[in-house]
Design a protein around this ligand. Structure first.
Ligand code: SF4
Length: 208
């Protein structure tokens, strides 16, 4: 019910913004921000070729991120989704997240990870919790077990991501303050696994 209310509210907000833009040119302000913290990736997914490209060197430093997100344009942001590439490959991910929080304190912050570095993600989540940051972890499950590994191109990926998403610090024990968010990449190769993934996700009691 909450999600229905939220979607209706979002639709109304979006429609209002479009009308305002056409009527008097009022600046639209984003509420969600997809932030590509790095284009480096340790995965080899069939459906993405980012890992085969040469990574950029001139990525934004935490101090620059804070300055950028402190602009009035971003002060309505509710969610910042840190993606990539693989965010866990940034050695300064803790500082990146802290800079986002300092710029937009009310925003919820998510790390979208492939789960290949679970210890690193747990460490970043712990650091965020210490800094009282509203932090969440999300991932994409394409199939179960070795099929997921095959689609994502790395042996052992499913076992690692499954372990990460059951970490007490990621789910905060009771889901009251944190819970994993799941995606599913729909391509020909993953479609036959959709039902198995749905069954797998039903293990999480908040999905019903
Ligand atoms: S983990 Fe994400 S960024 Fe990396 S190759 Fe796969 S889809 Fe692309």
């Amino acid at each position: 019910m909450n999600s229905v209310y939220y979607n209706i509210k979002s639709l109304a907000y979006g429609t209002k913004n479009i009308l305002l833009r056409y009527i008097n040119g009022t600046l639209l302000k984003p509420r969600w921000l997809w932030f590509e913290v790095t284009d480096r990736c340790n995965s080899r997914c069939l459906h993405c070729n980012i890992w085969s490209k040469k990574p950029k060197k001139d990525i934004l430093a935490p101090v620059e991120i804070k300055k950028l997100l402190s602009e009035p344009l971003f002060n309505d942001i509710e969610w910042i989704l840190n993606a990539g590439g693989e965010p866990a490959l940034r050695d300064d991910l803790e500082e990146v997240i802290l800079s986002q929080h300092e710029a937009v304190p009310k925003a919820k912050i998510m790390i979208s990870t492939n789960g290949l570095l679970p210890e690193r993600i747990v460490s970043v989540v712990k650091s965020a919790i210490i800094n009282k940051i509203n932090i969440y972890v999300g991932t994409s499950i394409e199939a179960i077990g070795k099929e997921h590994d095959s689609i994502r191109g790395i042996a052992g990926n499913f076992e690692k991501v499954d372990r990460l998403l059951r970490e007490p610090v990621v789910i905060r024990d009771t889901y009251k303050n944190g819970f994993p968010s799941f995606g599913f990449t729909l391509i020909d190769r993953t479609l036959p696994h959709l039902e198995a993934v749905k069954l797998y996700l039903e293990n999480w009691e908040w999905i019903s």
